[in-house]
Design a protein around this ligand. Sequence first.
Ligand code: NAP
Length: 248
Amino acid sequence: MTRLLLLGGTSEARDLARQLAGQVDLTLSLAGRTRAPELDGVRTRIGGFGGAEGFARHLAETGTDAVLDATHPFAAEMSRRSAAVATRAGLPYLMLRRPGWQPDPEDDWIRVPDTAAAARVPGRADRVFLATGRQTLPEFARMRAARCWCRQIDPPEGAFPFPKGEFLVGRPPFPETEEIALFERLGVTLLVVKDAGGAASRSKLDAARALGIRVVMIDRPDLSDLPQVSTVAQALTWVEELPCPSDA
Ligand code: NAP
Protein backbone atom coordinates (compact mmCIF):
# COMPACT_ATOMS: atom_id res chain seq x y z
CA MET A 1 0.00 0.00 0.00
CA THR A 2 1.26 3.49 -0.84
CA ARG A 3 2.51 5.31 2.23
CA LEU A 4 1.21 8.86 1.85
CA LEU A 5 2.06 11.87 3.97
CA LEU A 6 -0.76 14.43 3.85
CA LEU A 7 0.23 17.89 5.06
CA GLY A 8 -2.89 19.47 6.52
CA GLY A 9 -4.25 22.63 8.05
CA THR A 10 -7.24 23.20 5.73
CA SER A 11 -10.78 21.86 5.35
CA GLU A 12 -9.65 20.26 2.06
CA ALA A 13 -7.00 18.29 3.94
CA ARG A 14 -9.63 16.96 6.35
CA ASP A 15 -11.84 16.04 3.42
CA LEU A 16 -8.94 14.24 1.71
CA ALA A 17 -7.99 12.45 4.92
CA ARG A 18 -11.53 11.12 5.33
CA GLN A 19 -11.63 9.92 1.73
CA LEU A 20 -8.13 8.43 1.65
CA ALA A 21 -8.25 6.58 4.98
CA GLY A 22 -8.22 2.88 4.13
CA GLN A 23 -7.27 3.51 0.48
CA VAL A 24 -3.62 4.27 1.23
CA ASP A 25 -1.34 3.99 4.26
CA LEU A 26 -2.07 7.54 5.36
CA THR A 27 -0.55 9.91 7.88
CA LEU A 28 -2.05 13.37 8.32
CA SER A 29 0.42 15.96 9.58
CA LEU A 30 -0.73 19.12 11.39
CA ALA A 31 1.39 22.01 12.59
CA GLY A 32 -0.55 22.09 15.85
CA ARG A 33 -1.36 25.80 15.79
CA THR A 34 -5.01 25.14 16.69
CA ARG A 35 -6.72 22.37 18.62
CA ALA A 36 -8.19 20.50 15.66
CA PRO A 37 -10.84 17.87 16.38
CA GLU A 38 -9.47 14.37 15.76
CA LEU A 39 -10.54 12.46 12.67
CA ASP A 40 -11.70 8.91 13.34
CA GLY A 41 -9.50 6.28 11.72
CA VAL A 42 -6.87 8.76 10.49
CA ARG A 43 -3.32 8.41 11.83
CA THR A 44 -2.34 11.95 12.78
CA ARG A 45 0.98 13.44 13.82
CA ILE A 46 1.16 16.94 15.27
CA GLY A 47 3.96 19.52 15.28
CA GLY A 48 6.76 20.74 13.04
CA PHE A 49 9.35 18.31 11.66
CA GLY A 50 12.32 20.46 12.64
CA GLY A 51 13.07 22.27 9.39
CA ALA A 52 14.10 20.81 6.04
CA GLU A 53 16.54 18.34 7.58
CA GLY A 54 13.98 17.05 10.04
CA PHE A 55 11.45 16.70 7.24
CA ALA A 56 13.91 14.74 5.05
CA ARG A 57 14.69 12.49 8.00
CA HIS A 58 10.99 11.93 8.69
CA LEU A 59 10.33 10.93 5.06
CA ALA A 60 13.20 8.45 5.11
CA GLU A 61 12.45 6.97 8.55
CA THR A 62 8.76 6.44 7.83
CA GLY A 63 9.33 5.03 4.32
CA THR A 64 7.00 7.66 2.86
CA ASP A 65 6.21 7.07 -0.83
CA ALA A 66 4.57 10.41 -1.71
CA VAL A 67 3.72 13.81 -0.24
CA LEU A 68 0.37 15.52 -0.74
CA ASP A 69 0.51 19.10 0.48
CA ALA A 70 -2.90 20.49 1.44
CA THR A 71 -1.61 23.23 3.70
CA HIS A 72 -3.10 26.72 3.66
CA PRO A 73 -2.42 28.85 0.54
CA PHE A 74 -0.42 31.24 2.78
CA ALA A 75 1.74 28.49 4.35
CA ALA A 76 4.37 29.23 1.72
CA GLU A 77 7.40 28.20 3.74
CA MET A 78 5.97 24.74 4.34
CA SER A 79 4.96 24.22 0.71
CA ARG A 80 8.29 25.39 -0.75
CA ARG A 81 10.33 23.35 1.66
CA SER A 82 8.18 20.22 1.30
CA ALA A 83 8.31 20.34 -2.49
CA ALA A 84 12.09 20.77 -2.49
CA VAL A 85 12.78 18.02 0.05
CA ALA A 86 10.37 15.51 -1.51
CA THR A 87 11.80 16.15 -4.96
CA ARG A 88 15.38 15.71 -3.70
CA ALA A 89 14.32 12.40 -2.14
CA GLY A 90 12.82 11.31 -5.48
CA LEU A 91 9.26 11.26 -4.09
CA PRO A 92 6.15 12.46 -5.93
CA TYR A 93 4.89 15.76 -4.51
CA LEU A 94 1.65 17.62 -5.23
CA MET A 95 0.13 20.74 -3.70
CA LEU A 96 -3.63 21.17 -3.48
CA ARG A 97 -4.27 24.90 -3.64
CA ARG A 98 -7.85 26.08 -3.85
CA PRO A 99 -8.46 29.04 -6.18
CA GLY A 100 -8.35 32.57 -4.78
CA TRP A 101 -11.48 34.73 -4.45
CA GLN A 102 -12.74 36.98 -7.24
CA PRO A 103 -14.71 40.17 -6.61
CA ASP A 104 -18.24 40.71 -7.89
CA PRO A 105 -19.09 44.11 -9.42
CA GLU A 106 -20.71 45.29 -6.14
CA ASP A 107 -17.60 44.46 -4.11
CA ASP A 108 -15.31 47.26 -2.92
CA TRP A 109 -11.90 45.56 -2.73
CA ILE A 110 -8.40 47.01 -2.58
CA ARG A 111 -5.76 44.43 -3.53
CA VAL A 112 -2.41 44.67 -1.75
CA PRO A 113 0.70 42.52 -2.17
CA ASP A 114 1.35 41.71 1.49
CA THR A 115 0.45 42.32 5.13
CA ALA A 116 2.72 45.36 5.46
CA ALA A 117 0.86 47.07 2.61
CA ALA A 118 -2.50 46.10 4.16
CA ALA A 119 -1.49 47.74 7.43
CA ARG A 120 -0.97 51.07 5.62
CA VAL A 121 -4.55 51.26 4.28
CA PRO A 122 -6.74 52.08 7.32
CA GLY A 123 -7.43 55.69 8.23
CA ARG A 124 -7.69 57.05 11.78
CA ALA A 125 -11.46 56.65 11.95
CA ASP A 126 -11.56 53.08 10.63
CA ARG A 127 -12.88 50.23 12.71
CA VAL A 128 -10.98 47.27 11.32
CA PHE A 129 -11.77 43.57 11.36
CA LEU A 130 -8.50 41.69 10.87
CA ALA A 131 -9.37 38.28 9.44
CA THR A 132 -5.68 37.61 9.02
CA GLY A 133 -4.85 35.40 11.99
CA ARG A 134 -2.83 36.17 15.09
CA GLN A 135 0.56 35.34 13.53
CA THR A 136 0.55 38.52 11.46
CA LEU A 137 -0.77 40.82 14.21
CA PRO A 138 2.60 42.45 15.03
CA GLU A 139 2.64 43.84 11.49
CA PHE A 140 -0.53 45.83 12.29
CA ALA A 141 0.83 47.34 15.52
CA ARG A 142 1.48 50.77 13.93
CA MET A 143 -1.67 50.79 11.83
CA ARG A 144 -3.84 53.92 11.94
CA ALA A 145 -7.35 52.95 13.07
CA ALA A 146 -9.80 53.75 15.82
CA ARG A 147 -10.30 50.12 16.84
CA CYS A 148 -9.55 46.65 15.53
CA TRP A 149 -10.54 43.06 16.20
CA CYS A 150 -8.83 39.78 15.40
CA ARG A 151 -10.73 36.52 15.55
CA GLN A 152 -9.03 33.29 16.47
CA ILE A 153 -10.17 29.73 16.98
CA ASP A 154 -8.77 29.02 20.43
CA PRO A 155 -8.98 31.36 23.44
CA PRO A 156 -6.00 33.77 23.39
CA GLU A 157 -3.08 32.92 25.62
CA GLY A 158 -1.94 36.51 26.13
CA ALA A 159 -3.17 40.08 25.85
CA PHE A 160 -3.73 41.69 22.44
CA PRO A 161 -0.31 42.89 21.25
CA PHE A 162 -1.37 46.56 20.93
CA PRO A 163 -3.81 48.78 22.84
CA LYS A 164 -6.59 49.50 20.34
CA GLY A 165 -7.20 45.84 19.51
CA GLU A 166 -9.26 43.03 20.95
CA PHE A 167 -9.45 39.26 20.35
CA LEU A 168 -12.69 37.54 19.45
CA VAL A 169 -12.95 33.76 19.77
CA GLY A 170 -14.88 31.62 17.31
CA ARG A 171 -14.59 28.39 15.37
CA PRO A 172 -15.66 28.38 11.69
CA PRO A 173 -17.93 28.07 9.82
CA PHE A 174 -19.44 31.53 10.31
CA PRO A 175 -22.77 31.90 8.47
CA GLU A 176 -23.22 35.16 6.54
CA THR A 177 -26.12 36.30 8.74
CA GLU A 178 -23.91 35.95 11.83
CA GLU A 179 -21.05 37.82 10.15
CA ILE A 180 -23.44 40.64 9.24
CA ALA A 181 -24.73 40.83 12.82
CA LEU A 182 -21.16 40.84 14.18
CA PHE A 183 -19.87 43.54 11.79
CA GLU A 184 -22.93 45.71 12.56
CA ARG A 185 -22.50 45.30 16.31
CA LEU A 186 -18.82 46.26 16.12
CA GLY A 187 -19.39 49.07 13.62
CA VAL A 188 -16.76 47.63 11.27
CA THR A 189 -15.76 49.96 8.40
CA LEU A 190 -12.86 47.95 6.92
CA LEU A 191 -12.23 44.21 6.58
CA VAL A 192 -8.68 42.94 6.06
CA VAL A 193 -8.54 39.47 4.50
CA LYS A 194 -5.93 37.10 3.09
CA ASP A 195 -6.90 35.75 -0.32
CA ALA A 196 -7.29 32.27 1.12
CA GLY A 197 -10.12 31.24 -1.21
CA GLY A 198 -12.66 28.55 -0.40
CA ALA A 199 -16.40 28.57 0.07
CA ALA A 200 -16.37 28.11 3.84
CA SER A 201 -14.72 31.40 4.73
CA ARG A 202 -16.25 33.46 1.93
CA SER A 203 -19.17 34.46 4.19
CA LYS A 204 -17.26 37.42 5.66
CA LEU A 205 -16.80 38.81 2.14
CA ASP A 206 -20.50 38.36 1.41
CA ALA A 207 -21.30 40.11 4.69
CA ALA A 208 -18.97 42.99 3.80
CA ARG A 209 -20.68 43.35 0.42
CA ALA A 210 -24.13 43.35 2.05
CA LEU A 211 -23.06 46.12 4.44
CA GLY A 212 -20.98 48.16 1.94
CA ILE A 213 -17.77 47.55 3.95
CA ARG A 214 -14.48 48.07 2.11
CA VAL A 215 -12.21 45.02 1.87
CA VAL A 216 -8.42 44.99 1.83
CA MET A 217 -7.49 41.74 0.05
CA ILE A 218 -3.93 40.50 0.63
CA ASP A 219 -2.55 38.63 -2.38
CA ARG A 220 -1.39 35.06 -1.81
CA PRO A 221 2.30 34.19 -2.03
CA ASP A 222 3.34 33.15 -5.53
CA LEU A 223 3.83 29.38 -5.59
CA SER A 224 2.95 28.97 -9.26
CA ASP A 225 6.15 27.02 -9.93
CA LEU A 226 5.13 24.12 -7.65
CA PRO A 227 3.22 21.13 -9.08
CA GLN A 228 -0.38 21.72 -8.08
CA VAL A 229 -4.07 21.10 -8.55
CA SER A 230 -7.01 23.14 -7.31
CA THR A 231 -9.65 20.61 -6.25
CA VAL A 232 -9.95 17.67 -3.88
CA ALA A 233 -11.16 15.48 -6.77
CA GLN A 234 -7.97 16.23 -8.77
CA ALA A 235 -5.83 15.44 -5.74
CA LEU A 236 -7.64 12.11 -5.29
CA THR A 237 -6.97 11.24 -8.95
CA TRP A 238 -3.28 12.03 -8.44
CA VAL A 239 -3.19 9.64 -5.47
CA GLU A 240 -4.97 6.92 -7.46
CA GLU A 241 -2.39 7.22 -10.22
CA LEU A 242 0.67 7.01 -7.96
CA PRO A 243 2.89 4.05 -8.81
CA CYS A 244 2.51 1.10 -6.44
CA PRO A 245 5.52 1.00 -4.08
CA SER A 246 6.42 -2.46 -5.42
CA ASP A 247 6.50 -1.10 -9.03
CA ALA A 248 8.97 1.64 -8.14
P1 NAP B 1 4.51 28.09 7.32
O1 NAP B 1 4.95 29.45 7.73
O2 NAP B 1 4.56 27.74 5.89
O3 NAP B 1 5.33 26.98 8.12
C1 NAP B 1 5.97 27.24 9.34
C2 NAP B 1 6.39 25.94 9.97
O4 NAP B 1 5.24 25.28 10.52
C3 NAP B 1 6.98 24.92 9.01
O5 NAP B 1 8.32 25.21 8.74
C4 NAP B 1 6.77 23.64 9.78
O6 NAP B 1 7.70 23.51 10.84
C5 NAP B 1 5.43 23.87 10.44
N1 NAP B 1 4.30 23.32 9.67
C6 NAP B 1 3.48 23.97 8.80
N2 NAP B 1 2.54 23.15 8.33
C7 NAP B 1 2.76 21.94 8.92
C8 NAP B 1 2.11 20.67 8.84
N3 NAP B 1 1.01 20.49 8.08
N4 NAP B 1 2.63 19.64 9.57
C9 NAP B 1 3.72 19.83 10.35
N5 NAP B 1 4.37 21.00 10.46
C10 NAP B 1 3.89 22.05 9.76
O7 NAP B 1 3.05 27.80 7.85
P2 NAP B 1 2.06 28.75 8.63
O8 NAP B 1 1.59 29.82 7.73
O9 NAP B 1 2.72 29.09 9.94
O10 NAP B 1 0.87 27.73 8.88
C11 NAP B 1 0.98 26.71 9.85
C12 NAP B 1 -0.16 25.73 9.65
O11 NAP B 1 -1.42 26.41 9.81
C13 NAP B 1 -0.14 25.11 8.25
O12 NAP B 1 -0.34 23.73 8.40
C14 NAP B 1 -1.30 25.76 7.53
O13 NAP B 1 -1.95 24.86 6.67
C15 NAP B 1 -2.23 26.19 8.67
N6 NAP B 1 -2.92 27.46 8.39
C16 NAP B 1 -2.21 28.57 8.01
C17 NAP B 1 -2.88 29.75 7.75
C18 NAP B 1 -2.15 30.98 7.28
O14 NAP B 1 -2.82 32.00 7.03
N7 NAP B 1 -0.85 30.96 7.14
C19 NAP B 1 -4.28 29.80 7.88
C20 NAP B 1 -4.97 28.65 8.28
C21 NAP B 1 -4.29 27.49 8.53
P3 NAP B 1 9.05 22.64 10.70
O15 NAP B 1 9.97 23.47 9.87
O16 NAP B 1 9.52 22.46 12.11
O17 NAP B 1 8.69 21.34 10.04
